[in-house]
Design a protein around this ligand. Structure first.
Ligand code: 5AD
Ligand code: SF4
Length: 341
């Protein structure tokens, strides 16, 4: 597809705001799922997400963990608490552990090193780190610990929007970091938020083209969900159909990439429980990444509202998601699901 054809798809009329789609959208989603199935059969890889610290030194305008949010009760897990969560993730059939946190200045890089070593010694699991911006030597240390993958989103390809929503930061620094991660031999994942104020069909098209040119192993996109304790509290949420269109277009442009069904889809107001992630699997996604963060703190990892529902234990939430994914005709895999690239 040319840039103009992608823009046309992204601007095409929406059937109705909800979970039924136009014929054009349905054929786009079907083509994307067929592409995924040709490579992955109907396999869905499972990554257990352990959100081990909600402290963050950054102040991104869209995120509930931003340092200016003084209403958030912060937490940081110990080594043993993380390992307990790893045991749970393994028992639930996850083939990968994703260690995620805000940019917590009180987490020593050697702490992460030790945790990754401990996971690798105990289980044959892939380890992904999602810990934000760090110096090259820290990325190297973590790679030496045995970490397989790193997740660092560009969030948007529009450098003005990037600097607007991430004060004091520049997109080119982020892009350089991603190149460093690739050079260090990490399987590298990046991605975007869909529907931040100021984003247009043209922005999303450029996002798609940029992400598809970067040689990424995994690409993630999910809708923006406004958080009440951020400057974007009154902004509109991202649109479901836009997230699904971008997911499908990413699959068509990157057949072998791992593409997660992002949990933010399930926080959209028009979505019933877990329906959003199943819709994404039916639009070309092949990965789920449920939170395995301990129950006493998981609802405090409030990047956006609705993440890690406190009304449900993590265990029950994973079981329910797994059930729904299987009901939709997919086969859950406990393999690492490493990059096909
Ligand atoms: N809505 C959706 N996604 C968000 N993220 C942060 N804040 C929000 C929000 N309000 C995403 C960003 C970040 C990841 C950890 O969470 O893409 O990279
Ligand atoms: Fe911190 Fe990441 Fe949230 Fe920005 S998006 S405030 S870096 S946790």
């Amino acid at each position: 597809l040319t840039r103009n054809e992608i823009i046309e798809i992204l601007k095409s009329p929406v059937a109705q705001e909800g979970t039924s789609f136009s014929d054009t959208d349905n054929s786009l989603f079907t083509a994307a799922t067929a592409t995924a199935r040709a490579l992955f059969n109907s396999t869905v890889f499972q990554r257990g997400l352990i959100e081990f610290s909600s402290y963050c030194r950054k102040n991104c305008h869209y995120c509930g963990l931003r340092s200016s949010n003084t209403e958030l009760l912060r937490y940081r897990l110990t080594h043993d608490e993380i390992m307990q969560a790893v045991d749970n993730a393994h028992a639930l059939g996850m083939g990968t552990i994703v260690l995620q946190a805000g940019e917590d200045e009180d987490v020593n890089p050697h702490f992460v090193y030790t945790v990754v070593r401990a996971i690798k010694e105990k289980y044959n699991l892939a380890v992904t780190l999602s810990l934000g911006d760090h110096p090259d030597d820290v990325y190297r240390l973590w790679r030496d610990s045995g970490a397989d993958r790193y997740l660092l989103k560009i969030e948007t390809s529009d450098s003005d929007l990037y600097s607007l929503y991430r004060p004091g930061e520049h997109l080119y620094d982020r892009l350089n970091r991603i190149e460093t991660l690739q050079r260090l031999g990490y399987e590298t994942c990046s991605g975007i938020i869909i529907g931040l104020p100021g984003m247009t069909a043209e922005t999303l098209t450029d996002d798609l083209l940029l992400l598809s040119s970067m040689g990424l192993d995994m690409i993630a996109c999910g809708p923006f969900i406004p958080h009440p304790q951020t400057p974007l509290r009154h902004a509109e949420q991202g649109r479901l159909v836009e997230s699904l269109r971008v997911t499908a277009l990413l699959r068509l442009a990157n057949p072998a990439a791992n593409i997660p069904a992002i949990s933010a889809l399930d926080s959209l107001s028009i979505i019933k429980k877990n329906e959003g992630r199943v819709l994404a699997l039916n639009a070309g996604a092949n990965v789920i990444m449920p939170s395995i963060t301990p129950d006493d703190v998981r609802s405090r990892y409030a990047i956006y509202p609705g993440k890690n529902d406190p009304a449900c234990t993590g265990h029950a939430a994973v079981k329910q998601l797994q059930h729904q994914v299987q009901q939709a005709g997919f086969t859950l895999s406990s393999q690492a699901g490493s990059s096909m690239r």
